[in-house]
Design a protein around this ligand. Structure first.
Ligand SMILES: [Zn+2]
Length: 91
């Protein structure tokens, strides 16, 4: 659905579909420059988190690294289960 948006740069009304990459038909500037920057920043942060997480298995990880990451998760699950069991039996 196309609506009209007032361009923050030239002040003219221009059709907008609500997309982040909509441009003003008069001056060619991005209508949602701030929102676009925000969403790009968010995407970059999410990417960084998933790249730095020790538990996320990536395509370019070596076999040993993948095995280590998977076994770490299994180890944590076992420890949590043991903690849960000891809490249940000692309560
Ligand atoms: Zn404009």
């Amino acid at each position: 659905m196309a609506t009209e948006t007032k361009c923050p740069h030239c002040g003219e009304w221009t059709p907008s579909s609500g997309q982040l990459r909509d441009r003003c038909t008069h001056c060619g500037e991005l209508l949602n420059k701030a929102r676009l920057a925000q969403s790009l920043e968010k995407a970059a942060i999410n990417k960084k988190i998933s790249e730095e997480s020790p538990f996320v298995v990536r395509k370019d990880d070596s076999l040993a690294k993948r095995f280590f990451k998977r076994s770490t998760l299994v180890f944590i699950a076992i420890v949590m289960f043991l903690v849960f069991l000891s809490l249940m039996t000692h309560a």
